[in-house]
Design a protein around this ligand. Structure first.
Ligand code: NAP
Length: 292
């Protein structure tokens, strides 16, 4: 979330609901109700310590549990909605303030997207999230470990997929992230500033004519082109600074506040990147960050 003015004229509610409750479990799965104010990374580590599998790819993503369904956070081939059963909350426009329980289907999850960014944006207070996870069983566990950074690391460590437990995979991903993303205690950043670009097969062919070396992944209806690749290779902005804002030198998608950049400065920087991408590539990149 990027505040774009010095003064915010409105109500801010900070969810500090701390709660972890096992609602149901059997030999293979567990269903957990978790308070929205729980720090997500601590929760992921807690699930691993309990021997639960499922959230290991989502280690080291800053933020709270309530924000996970809003953004439908995802990383290394795993999206949080794969484990969400229900989202509980209160519609602040409802005078009776009745607690609502939205089953996962009603949350309209998409790629880094949900109903909480659209019809319920700004007025739905998420109180708790209900997750389902597997109990780790080495005989049946199949890790999601096909992202290039992870496969490179497995190769260099002489490991195979069969050597991975959820905890080992989480440790590897946490190390990759620590080496690649800025320390949030030092720099202001939301990490990925823009969504990845999804293009049609025709657009992709045009893109490839111009940039034959482009990295891309097939998705439903077309191809996903990592936006870091465009910012780095097409407009050459990786590691480049304008005033107090820059694209991180190890990951160009990470727009970072170098010092005392104001909200408007960061907005202006992001618009410069968007305009340059449009001019060079003829495509629009969309902010993943929410502007307030
Ligand atoms: P990366 O590993 O350098 O990969 C770059 C992009 O290529 C990613 O965005 C990823 O798409 C895509 N990609 C890579 N391997 C893929 C495969 N095997 N199949 C399909 N798509 C593939 O990315 P990174 O910047 O270091 O970030 C690592 C992960 O953290 C990524 O998954 C990224 O999305 C995630 N992340 C999420 C958030 C967030 O939820 N707000 C913020 C920061 C980073 P996807 O983005 O679809 O995975």
């Amino acid at each position: 979330m990027l505040f774009t003015t010095d003064v915010f004229d409105g109500l801010i509610i900070k969810n500090e609901l701390l709660w972890k409750e096992v609602l149901h479990q059997d030999a293979h799965t567990v269903t957990l109700k978790v308070g929205g104010g729980e720090w997500r990374d601590a929760f992921v580590k807690w699930t691993l310590a309990q021997g639960y599998a499922g959230l290991e790819n989502l280690i080291s993503i800053p933020g709270t549990v309530w924000a996970a369904p809003v953004q439908n956070i995802g990383a290394y081939g795993k999206e949080i909605n794969e484990h969400i059963v229900e989202v509980h909350g209160i519609d602040l426009t409802d005078p009776s303030a009745t607690l609502q329980i939205l089953p996962a289907d009603a949350c309209l999850f998409g790629y880094r997207d949900s109903i909480f960014k659209h019809a319920l944006a700004g007025h739905f207070l998420i109180t708790h999230v209900v997750f389902t996870l597997q109990k780790y069983d080495p005989d049946t566990y199949f890790p999601n470990a096909n992202y290039p950074d992870v496969t490179k690391r497995l190769e260099s460590d002489g490991l195979t997929i069969g050597d991975l437990s959820p905890t080992r995979l989480a440790q590897i991903i946490a190390e990759i992230r620590a080496s690649k993303f800025p320390n949030l205690g030092t720099y202001g950043t939301a990490w990925s500033f823009f969504k990845n670009l999804i293009v049609t097969p025709e657009q992709f062919e045009q893109f490839k004519d111009r940039y034959p070396e482009v990295t891309a992944y097939p998705v439903d209806g077309g191809f996903k082109i990592p936006t870091w690749w465009i910012i780095d290779h097409a407009i050459g902005r990786k590691g480049k600074r304008i005033g107090n804002v820059w694209c991180w030198d190890k990951q160009a998608l990470v727009v970072t506040n170098y010092g005392w950049a104001t909200g408007p400065e960061i907005v202006a920087f992001s618009k410069t990147l968007q305009a340059e991408v449009r001019e060079k590539c003829g495509v629009d990149i969309e902010a993943e960050v929410n502007f307030v």
